[in-house]
Design a protein around this ligand. Structure first.
Ligand SMILES: *Cc1c(COP(=O)(O)O)cnc(C)c1O
Length: 409
């Protein structure tokens, strides 16, 4: 479709393939169409098997078609799909209770995506300050290279110019500070500051766990100045880091936390967790969602929790992470001109490349290994949390083969 000066133009030129009806905002490989998945593998109609080290961007944490998740969805789908929050949803009450039991939080709001969970948290921060008599405290500090989602306030929180470009006419009440720059952070805190938002492990901006020292300093500043500390664990939470929540590696607790991605194992769900003091300010009329806490999503969310809470499940994540990182470090030593370092926490791993990471991703895909990219020329590995060692070895072998080919080229 040709662009023209008129916003109504093009209506009568309905040619082209079915795909042309989608916004051109994504660029999936045209030659790959996946028809089904099983465990850590995805299959095409032709029967090609791909090893899935992307997990739909850290979403299908227990692989594809996991029998426990399939059973939970099937069972619920024959009962009731949707009620809205006009009525009680027992499965939502149960999942909220379980999330609270295993975290700092006392109160949970359910949404349908990561960005909505973040937005709920942003409102909760401001709502809490307002209810505490601090109406002037509305500004929130975010960090460079962050990603909090694509809705407008979430874009403003991350402050990434390339994402905001033209879509946001004002600053939306956010201030930006360089990642791990303590003097800048201190400088940015003022009489209007309400809270701070950060990813314990940055995802889109480069797989980058926050340093223990900076995490402690941020927590200290929040206590000192009466600021709400919010963690965006949409990507790094729900077991991905080797603990249920990534901030638990740091011996601190936030006041607000956004979850999504892995929480539904592939079913869209988001959650915003808060302390009692913050949650209780979000009274009737302050916030809501038609779909949030939907019975189907809650059935699957509870089934994901069943798997996560199985004894030893998270220790397995750490053991597999150590195994994968160890072997990747050896590849760094073997191919220093092609890859330079390994980053991450748990099964959220970045390989910093010298070769363009897009070329690397394409080569890995041609060898039937699906991976992601991340900021600053990184390959991002997000395998299912329950991946087998056999599949880890298979992926490592493919990565080594790809590196050998780059070396010989
Ligand atoms: C993916 C992501 C989001 C946005 O989640 P959506 O479900 O795409 O809205 C927010 N924060 C982080 C850290 C993410 O990785």
């Amino acid at each position: 479709m040709k662009s023209s000066g008129s916003i109504t133009a093009g209506k009568d030129s309905k040619t082209g393939s079915a795909r042309d009806a989608l916004w051109p905002n994504y660029s999936p490989p045209q030659d790959l169409v996946i028809t089904h998945g099983l465990g850590s593998e995805l299959f095409t109609a032709a029967g090609d098997a791909y090893l899935d080290f992307l997990s739909g961007i850290a979403v299908t944490s227990f692989g594809h078609a996991h029998p426990h998740l399939v059973a939970a969805l099937n069972e619920q789908s024959g009962k009731v799909w949707h009620l809205s929050n006009v009525f009680r949803i027992p499965a939502a009450e149960r999942l909220a209770g379980r999330l609270s039991e295993h975290s700092f939080a006392d109160r949970v709001f359910f949404a349908n995506s990561g960005t909505e969970a973040v937005e709920a948290g942003i409102k909760a921060i401001r709502g809490y300050q307002l209810a505490s008599g601090n109406a002037d405290r509305h500004r929130i500090i975010g960090f460079s290279d962050s990603f909090h989602g694509r809705t407008l306030a979430a874009l403003a929180a991350a402050g990434n110019e390339s994402h905001m470009r033209g879509f946001i006419p004002m600053d939306y009440g956010f201030d930006q500070v360089e990642w791990e720059n303590l003097p800048q952070l201190k400088q940015a805190i003022g009489a209007n500051t309400a809270g701070i938002i950060l990813e314990p492990v940055q995802g889109e901006g480069g797989i980058r766990p926050i340093s223990a020292e900076f995490m402690q300093q941020v927590k200290g500043l929040c206590e000192e100045h009466g600021l709400v500390l919010m963690m965006d664990e949409v990507q790094c939470g729900v077991g991905r880091s080797g603990k249920l929540f990534a901030h638990q590696h740091y011996g601190i607790t936030p006041d607000v936390m956004a979850l999504a991605k892995g929480l539904g194992g592939g079913f869209p769900v988001g959650a915003c967790l808060t302390t009692e003091a913050i949650g209780e300010t979000m009274v009737v009329g302050t916030h809501g969602s038609t779909f949030g806490g939907n019975p189907l999503a809650m059935a699957v969310g509870n089934a994901v929790m069943d798997l996560l809470l199985e004894p030893g499940q998270l220790d397995e994540v750490t053991a597999k992470s150590d195994y994968l990182m160890d072997h990747l470090q050896k590849l760094v030593a073997q191919f220093p001109k092609l890859i330079v370092s390994i980053h991450g926490l748990g099964l959220m791993i970045g390989i910093k490349c010298v070769v363009p990471c897009g070329d690397m991703l394409n080569k890995l895909r041609s060898k039937k290994l699906l991976v992601g990219k991340s900021g600053a020329n990184m390959i991002r590995l997000l395998p299912p949390l329950n991946i087998s060692y056999e599949h880890l070895d298979q992926a490592l072998q493919i990565i080594e083969e790809a590196l050998l080919e780059f070396q010989d080229a």
